[in-house]
Design a protein around this ligand. Structure first.
Ligand code: XMP
Length: 531
């Protein structure tokens, strides 16, 4: 029971997929021009056509391929998707000079199975609009600038909406998508953590047979859940390897080892590679060089372990669906990736494993739900993201054991204070934060608290005074953001009292630091990490 989403170049295409998955319905994203066989192999019960930046009459503009209509399955076109549907069925799209952008009130024109019967708020972002719907269609709703804000042909189960039901600024969007997917397409919502787990177990067993499987555990949510799934599927055919790079947060290495050995009862080899990493990073200050060195070293250590274990054929990777979609995205989206991430595509060509990627089709919230259903500890499942290269990208300038220890201490103070105020977790079910903890809520926030919070050590020394002595020491920057998707983020409006307490503790308790600053830039233009 699946839905196929065809991507016409929308920045919101992934969001459509997430919304459909939230309905417990499996869906996949395909480029608009993906081969028919590939899309139809999913056996979809319906199509959703995404928005996109083009104009349907432009030469070379993305268009609806004939197999979509030939399938006779229900179709929902969103924004450009609606215009592409209109063009394919002989209606007329008007290349309007007038852009409609932002919130609009959509008024119903005729009762129908898709859109609400009363006026509702919706998010618009389009130039072109429908002038004449194709034969067989009825206008279902209108807005100030769009005489046809929604249209439908009930007989053929074809629908189009000019607004974006997938974004939060369309509060009834999830209901509109539910009506299309569940009522109109008739899909049974059976995509649950339990069904994901049982399907994954089958797939993993089929893929690996009786072979040994190696897993790289980093302590992150994705690699932990992927490893737990594989362990559930193949038991002691799995050996997990944890490389302690020396670049983890304070106490984290011990915590990871405890969780895997103690909680999961997995066979875990812990490699203490801190000295090796520090040696490789000596004198290196350029961010991308740090990342490359760390990524390569990781793979080499793995290969050594693998050889010692008799060269298992398979390696578990915690690749998740957004990584896959972004790697496959057109150049436009690739160009928008500012930093090299090591999760996908970062493996050297001579890598000798076949990959087991049980999370390849899951969004992060699904990964967490699966992790919980597998019994992983909540603090692991709801952990804030931590970059693959670890503290190296938060230790600006040279990475030395002394500077990392300094950063770890400051970070532990900051995150400890946030945790005590209930502001560190992503878990919506966690206790509500104290009113003292947070001031005005930042825009873009998905709720109270921080989505990611950490300390950064700057190679900037400044003059201070401690007792009767002049000091000349380094600076800690505190970074705390709120975000829904980590693509954009706002700085968290932490209370002044909390910031004062953290700053005071850091300069008093962390040798080598005499100044603390708070980062008040949003992303964009800044990124969340400093390197
Ligand atoms: P930026 O700094 O680009 O970060 O705003 C967005 C999110 O990605 C995380 N991040 C990384 N994760 N490997 C990772 O696995 C990396 O190299 C890396 N760099 C950034 C960052 O922590 C934030 O959550």
């Amino acid at each position: 029971m699946n839905i196929a989403i065809l991507d016409f170049g929308s920045q919101y295409a992934q969001l459509i997929a997430r919304r459909v998955r939230e309905l417990h319905v499996y869906c996949e994203l395909f480029p608009w021009d993906a081969p028919a066989e590939k899309v139809l192999a999913l056996q979809p019960q319906g199509f959703i056509l995404s928005g996109g930046p083009a104009s349907v009459y432009e030469p070379g503009a993305p268009h609806l391929l004939p197999y979509v209509l030939d399938s006779r399955l229900p179709i929902l076109g969103i924004c450009y998707g609606m215009q592409a549907l209109t063009q394919a069925l002989g209606g007329k799209v008007n290349p309007s000079a007038h852009r409609e952008y932002g919130s609009a009130i959509v008024e119903p024109l005729s009762p129908n199975p898709l859109t609400p019967v009363t006026s509702f708020q919706a998010w618009m972002s389009h130039g072109d609009r429908i002038e004449t719907p194709p034969a067989g269609f009825t206008p279902l709703a209108r807005s100030g600038s769009s005489p046809v804000a929604a249209m439908g042909d009930e007989g053929r189960r074809y629908y189009g909406v000019q607004f974006h039901p997938e974004v939060r600024h369309t509060p009834l969007g999830p209901e509109i998508l539910r009506r299309f997917v569940i009522d109109i397409c008739g899909v049974t919502p059976d995509w649950t953590p339990e069904s994901i787990i049982s399907q994954s177990i089958n797939n993993i067993r089929q893929q690996v047979g009786g072979e040994k499987v190696l897993s790289a555990v980093s302590g992150g949510v994705d690699s932990s859940v992927a490893t737990a799934l594989v362990q559930k599927a193949v038991g002691d055919q799995l050996v997990a390897v944890f490389v302690d790079t020396g670049l983890m947060r304070q106490g984290e290495a011990a915590q990871v080892i405890g969780a895997f050995r103690g909680v999961l009862g997995a066979e875990l080899i812990a490699v203490d590679a801190a000295d090796e990493y520090f040696a490789a990073l000596r004198g290196v200050t350029e961010p991308e060089t740090k990342r490359r060195i760390i990524g390569e070293k990781f793979i080499r250590i793995f290969e050594t372990q693998a050889r010692a274990l008799g060269q298992p054929k398979f390696l578990v990777q915690g690749t998740i669906y957004p990584d896959v979609v972004e790697s496959a995205a057109p150049d436009r989206a690739k160009a928008a990736r500012i930093k090299t991430h090591h999760n996908v595509g970062g493996l050297p060509e001579d890598m000798q494993f076949a990959l087991v990627e049980p999370l390849r089709y899951l969004f992060k919230d699904e990964v967490r739900a699966v992790g919980e259903a597998l019994g992983l500890p909540a603090d692991l499942v709801w952990r804030q993201p931590f970059p693959g290269p670890g503290l190296a990208v938060r230790c600006l300038g040279e990475v030395t054991p002394e500077r990392i220890a300094r950063l770890q201490s400051a970070d532990a103070i900051f995150t400890g204070e946030l945790a005590a105020a209930g502001l560190l977790t992503l878990n919506p079910l966690s206790p509500t934060p104290s009113p003292e903890g947070i001031g005005d809520k930042g825009k873009g926030s998905s709720g109270e608290g921080t989505s990611q919070a950490f300390a950064v050590l700057l190679p900037v020394r400044s003059v201070g005074v401690m007792g009767d002595f002049r000091t000349y020491q380094e600076t800690i920057a505190l970074r705390a953001v709120t975000t829904d998707d980590f693509m954009t983020a706002d700085w968290a409006r932490l209370s002044h009292d909390l910031l004062a307490r953290v700053a005071n503790r850091i300069v008093n308790e962390v040798p080598g630091v005499n100044r603390v600053v708070y980062d008040i830039t949003s992303k964009p233009p800044a990124t969340i990490e400093w390197e």
